[in-house]
Design a protein around this ligand. Structure first.
Ligand SMILES: Nc1ncnc2c1ncn2[C@@H]1O[C@H](COP(=O)(O)OP(=O)(O)OP(=O)(O)O)[C@@H](O)[C@H]1O
Length: 375
């Protein structure tokens, strides 16, 4: 178990980490998320005893890392953002050297090195010089070094940074495998990675804790996501009458007519939490002779939640700010080649827009009214 208590790290007047407290329970995989400069690496460096905190303490399985560093560090394997590899050593030589540093007995060393190379799938490059390895293999060798000595806790700082998509998948699988018998604290800026492998997520910004929760709860907390976006053909008056027959609807927001085909209406229907109106909606629209052309459940990604939580948005600030952040995010994602499902983003954007701006008591409003303040 890792216990971080009121941790502070100041560089001059700047607090890189500012009164941070959290616990990582034994056996859990916890994601450590934050924008650039949030203080992730600084925190990890303090947890692993690489740098001393200005204030506060870190306990590793109850042992203070500053008071008893050697004992506490025995339980930790650390993969820093740039693994400290020796480029002129062969993989096997390097791992034997790490084993020696970590006091693996001479008689067990070869077996241990072989075991870890097998786990990290580095056996096929064991006789190659580290400097000739691909980035993906270098990360695996770094991870193999962190695993040496069989520590219970693994601290991994951006383990997938710079890897190509197939290497990312392989690294993610490896982390998932390791999570079966290790406590893992993993920093990353890739939302999918965090939600794919972590039990819990800690979000920090400007050195301070923003939240700690499961990926699902973080997403849920942020915006009222429950509802559907539909495109319906036929008479709008009949459509409105049909909607009145369905219980559980909180809000309806109509798309701009110019965005929909002639004779069709696009609308987003927001519902109470845990309410699923899709079946009722289907029958009500059929009865009203308004054929359903499209129906999509609203969704909000963890990435939306992260942006809103760390930089302001969602309910707290209203949708406009989040909308601006989303366009920034889109630019960034395009640059990084990480742009995912555009439809999902559009849906969650509509959802986020509405969550901050609509009066819940209002049952119907044209979307152009909702965004009136922006124009
Ligand atoms: N040795 C140092 N001297 C002065 N400032 C530092 C030092 N190390 C880190 N900082 C500052 O502390 C803040 C937190 O940095 P840190 O590297 O921990 O952030 P991070 O969340 O890991 O960012 P990234 O995702 O970009 O790696 C930044 O403002 C950084 O400039």
């Amino acid at each position: 178990m890792i216990e971080v208590k009121n941790l502070v790290k100041r560089y001059g007047n700047h607090a890189a980490v500012n009164d941070l407290s959290f616990t990582v329970e034994t056996g859990k995989v916890v994601g450590f998320l934050g924008p650039n400069g949030a203080g992730k690496s600084t925190t990890m460096n303090m947890i692993t005893g690489y740098i001393a905190p200005t204030e506060g303490e870190v306990l590793i399985d109850g042992i203070d890392i500053m008071d008893e560093p050697e004992l506490a560090k025995k339980n930790i394997g650390y993969l820093p953002e740039i693994p400290p590899l020796y480029p002129d050593l062969k993989v096997r030589e390097y791992l034997s050297f790490v084993a020696e540093l970590k006091k693996v007995s001479k008689k067990d060393r070869d077996i241990e090195v072989h075991k870890i190379m097998s786990k990290t799938k580095t056996l096929d490059v064991s006789e190659r010089l580290i400097k000739h390895l691909s980035k993906g293999y270098k990360q695996r060798v770094g991870l193999a070094g962190a695993m040496m000595g069989n520590p219970d806790i693994l601290i991994l700082d951006e383990p997938t940074v710079g890897l190509d998509p197939s290497q990312i998948i392989e690294m993610r699988e490896l982390i998932r495998e390791l999570s079966k018998n290790h406590t893992v604290l993993l920093s990353s800026h890739i939302m999918q990675e965090i939600s794919a492998v972590c039990d819990e997520i800690i979000i920090i910004n400007e050195g301070k804790m923003i939240t700690k929760d499961t990926p699902e709860n973080i997403t849920k907390k942020m915006v009222d996501t429950n509802g559907v976006h539909v495109v319906v053909k036929g008479d709008k008056t009949k459509l409105k009458e049909a909607l009145r027959t369905i219980s559980g609807i909180k809000n309806v927001s109509y798309d701009n007519d110019k965005d929909t085909e002639e004779d069709t209406t696009g609308l987003t229907i927001y519902c109470a939490e845990d309410e699923d109106i899709r079946v009722d909606l289907f029958y009500a629209l059929a009865k009203a002779e308004c054929p359903l052309i499209e129906m999509n459940k609203l969704d909000t990604s963890l990435e939306d939640a992260f942006l809103a939580l760390t930089r302001g948005g969602s309910k707290q600030y209203g949708g406009r700010k989040l909308k601006k952040l989303k366009s920034e995010k889109k630019d960034k994602a395009e640059t990084e080649g990480e742009l995912q499902n555009e439809n999902e983003n559009q849906n969650s954007e509509k959802n986020a827009d509405i969550s901050g701006e609509l009066d819940v008591s209002e049952t119907e409003k044209n979307s152009s009214d909702m965004e009136g303040g922006e124009k």
